[in-house]
Design a binder for this molecule. Structure first.
Ligand SMILES: [Zn+2]
Length: 259
């Protein structure tokens, strides 16, 4: 079997049997993939400090014959993103980006847009960017990469544009906005989105990835965006994003009582 070379960011690692490890990584050319590293628990030299969550690796692997598990032959550490493991809020935001990536992709199905986005999130969090803001931006952009970008420029029912002072919500079934009037008429109960948050998200959808780091989202708007994007994603995937509850909890505890 010929060896292949790729790069990959590790999103999951677990022990397998006495001496092996299985890693799931995301790669620019093969997408999500799982590989077995034979003897990784014993051979300290070959894989030491490399097969860790959020490690960005140069990878040499052999394709699997039948099942989807690749053979990981060699790994070269490109970036360990170490600061992510030393601050809880950065760590859970990185886990959140990883969980969304795992949920929105299939094994061996390349998503060229997604790899740079994932690296953007890891670099932003490592460099100390606000974790809730990074999580909200990542969530918004992975929806686009997966083909589910929400439509945020008008009400999806009456087609009315976004008015200052208006009330809006995101319809989880259609991924479009619903204005207050349409919502009342149809007695729909969705999570609200303020005009300020809608404008920010709309702007973030249009911004090129290298410039995404210049956008600033206040904490309360980031929480509002994350609540709505989470609800929409639960509907799309028919599955929860478990780490969402961790990123929301400590942040919500910081909010003054009564909000
Ligand atoms: Zn409307």
């Amino acid at each position: 079997m010929t060896s292949c070379r790729t790069r990959g960011l590790i999103l999951q690692v677990y022990d397998h049997g006495e001496s092996d490890k299985i890693v799931t990584f995301f790669s620019p050319d093969i997408g999500k993939a799982s590989a077995i590293a034979k003897g990784a628990k014993r051979s300290k030299k070959r894989f030491v400090n490399k097969l860790e969550i959020f490690s960005l690796l140069g990878i040499i692997y052999r394709p699997a014959r039948r099942d989807s598990l690749l053979f990981l032959d060699e790994a070269e550490l490109e970036n360990g993103f170490i600061p992510l493991r030393h601050a809880y809020d950065r760590y859970v935001a990185a886990i959140y980006a990883g969980e969304l990536t795992l949920r929105f992709t299939r094994e061996m199905d390349p998503h060229p847009e997604l790899f740079p986005l994932l690296l953007w999130a890891m670099h932003s969090l490592t460099e100390g960017r606000e974790p809730l803001e990074t999580a909200a931006l990542f969530h918004l952009r992975i929806l686009r990469a997966a083909g589910y970008e929400p439509a945020l420029d008008r009400c999806g029912i009456c087609n009315g544009g976004i008015q200052a002072g208006g009330e809006y919500a995101l319809h989880p079934g259609s991924g479009s906005l619903v204005c207050g009037r349409c919502r009342q008429k149809q007695a729909l109960s969705f999570l609200s989105l303020s005009v300020q948050t809608i404008k920010f998200l709309g702007h973030a959808q249009q911004t090129e990835l290298p410039n995404l780091g210049r956008l600033r989202l206040p904490r309360k708007n980031a929480l509002e965006a994350l609540a709505v994007l989470h609800r929409y994603t639960q509907h799309l995937l028919q599955h929860d994003i478990h780490s969402w509850h961790q990123i929301i909890k400590p942040a919500a505890a910081l909010q003054p009582a009564g909000r």
